[in-house]
Design a protein around this ligand. Structure first.
Ligand code: SGN
Ligand code: CA
Length: 512
């Protein structure tokens, strides 16, 4: 229940926690408040988690899958704005981009004075830390300890910023983020509950795997998605006009035809030993047309999935630590990513669209004794719900300004009768980097209504996921769907009103 304004919640909690050493009466039984380990990767497509049973079976992820076996797998966790920073801002604030002010990755800056769930947990006596990818421009607030990658971060030998101080590290970034996360856990004050946000850079573009994972697939030939050569017929100009295809947009560094600049000489040797002979074969073959796209797709999959091998190992190391320390029972472990990602569907990589592969993030939640084990939920949930879920789990009131809903009843398989059946989506960043036109729309179990509205391109589309799960044909203008269109247009208006979406986004929402 949303009871008080954010400010008053913070004020009450801060006032009751000033002494620091002795717990407040309300939270005297600290041992019973659950710890929270939030593992968040960047651009991890659900298609690349074996627990999600994608028909291509691209990768085995035994450690992430364990969370699904011992907890809940959410099959329709959608994001409000499918790119990195905006998604992270929504996780922290429980609010849409138009409310937290972080719209895009080109000119937004997170206002760290806002209420966030880590701040509220911390004020109530939790120890809080974030390690890894942050990507919100301003410095983190609400954490006792933060160690982040500057900007996007790099895959090897990354600089990091530790509580404001720049450090230089050697090694593979996913491993380092895991090491620092475990170090923090080991050094924490064991009398307090904790929140650890372990946030990977991987498997973000340019998909550079750990050296030990080069060749992880034994030169396997990956199944292609049925829409690898999509011609975008049945959809409008926005879909035709994007700049995110494997065919045209992927560059030499993405494809490892040129090595990344950040490797040291020893790393470079191992890198070249894997890529050089394969690149030579590729160059000699002088591939063109579809054969070239096919080669790029295979290289992309080797690299993207290779990155995920290390992410899955990281999850394994964290779970082992919780097991070894006897913490697993009283710790909520969440695995999710900032959005979905295209693995060749529609010929694409990247994200941004309201369409399924980019809209849906993976979400697995384990909370022994509370969350049902081995259950899959098809309910419409969102990362906008995370903040409220964690606050409720910690026994804290939820600020009225938050726009999600706690997932606690769903974890217990007690879905409230009035659980949401529609979700509002809005994407802004345009025209760079991928020329995906701004759009907003509404998503339900079965339908998706979307409006592209730039002056040069202005049209609505409707997709019927039951008849057309791959979203290849807009049925917006088909008479048989007139009633659905009318109902969903009403629903968009209703949701925009409820969420207080301004009639027009501010100019800066689109970025540069
Ligand atoms: C960022 C974006 C990617 C995008 C590149 C474009 N990630 O890394 O989606 O491909 O920029 O690079 S995000 O974290 O901002 O969402 S560029 O070289 O084409 O400009
Ligand atoms: Ca991302």
């Amino acid at each position: 229940m949303k009871t008080r304004s954010a400010c008053s919640v913070l004020a009450v909690l801060a006032a009751s926690c000033v002494s620091g050493s002795s717990p407040t009466p309300a939270f005297a039984a600290e041992a019973r408040r659950p710890n929270i380990v939030f593992i968040f990767s960047d651009d991890h497509a659900y298609q690349a988690i074996s627990a999600y049973n994608d028909s291509r079976r691209l990768l085995e992820t035994p450690n992430i899958d364990r969370l699904g076996r011992e907890g809940i797998r959410f099959d329709r966790c959608v994001v409000p704005n499918s790119i990195c920073g905006p998604s992270r801002a929504s996780v922290l604030t429980g609010k849409y981009s138009h409310k937290n002010g972080f719209y895009n990755n080109t000119n937004s800056r997170f206002d760290g004075s806002q209420t966030t769930f880590p701040k509220l947990l911390r004020a109530s006596g939790y120890q809080t830390a974030i390690v890894g990818k942050w990507h919100l421009v301003s410095e983190p607030t609400g954490f006792d300890d933060w160690r982040i990658l500057p900007g996007q971060g790099i895959y090897y030998n990354p600089p990091m910023i530790h509580n404001g101080k720049r450090e230089q590290h050697q090694g593979y970034t996913t491993d380092l983020i895991t090491d620092f996360s475990l170090d923090w856990l080991k050094g924490r004050d064991k009398s307090k509950p904790f929140l650890l946000m372990c946030q990977h850079k991987a498997p973000h573009r340019e998909w550079a795997p750990a050296l030990r994972h080069l060749g992880h697939d034994g030169d396997r030939r990956y199944p292609e998605p049925p829409t690898l050569f999509d011609d975008y017929a049945g959809r409008g100009k926005a879909e035709h006009d994007q700049d995110m295809t494997i065919a045209a947009t992927m560059g030499d560094q993405d494809l490892k035809l040129t090595p990344p600049p950040y490797l040291n000489s020893e790393q470079r040797k191992a890198w070249d030993a894997y890529y050089e002979p394969r690149n030579a074969t590729f160059r000699a073959a002088k591939l063109e047309g579809r054969d070239l796209v096919r080669w790029k797709y295979q290289r992309y999959m080797h690299d993207y999935l290779g990155c995920l091998k290390a992410v899955d190992e990281s999850v394994g190391r964290v779970l082992k630590y919780l097991d070894d320390e006897g913490l697993a029972e009283n710790t909520i472990v969440v695995y999710s990513a900032d959005q979905g990602f295209y693995l060749g569907e529609h010929g694409w990589f990247d994200k941004r669209w309201i369409f399924e592969e980019s809209l849906r993030a993976p979400l697995l939640v384990r909370w022994p004794g509370v969350a049902q084990a081995g259950v899959a939920s098809a309910k419409l949930v969102s990362n906008i719900d995370f903040a409220e879920t964690f606050l409720e789990a910690a026994g804290l009131p939820v600020p009225a300004e938050m726009q999600g809903r706690s997932l606690l009843p769903l974890l217990k398989s007690q879905t409230p009768a009035d659980w949401r059946t529609s979700f509002y989506y809005e994407y802004y960043e345009y025209p760079v980097p991928h020329h995906v036109r701004p759009h907003y729309g509404v998503v339900t179990d079965r339908y998706k209504l979307v409006h592209f509205y730039t002056p040069d391109v202005n049209y609505w589309e409707l997709f019927d996921l039951k008849e057309d799960p791959r979203e290849l044909r807009s049925v917006h203008d088909e008479p048989a769907y007139a009633q659905v269109v009318a109902d969903l247009k009403k629903e968009v208006v209703h949701l925009r009103d409820q969420l207080q979406v301004p009639a027009e986004p501010p100019r800066e929402a689109y970025g540069r």
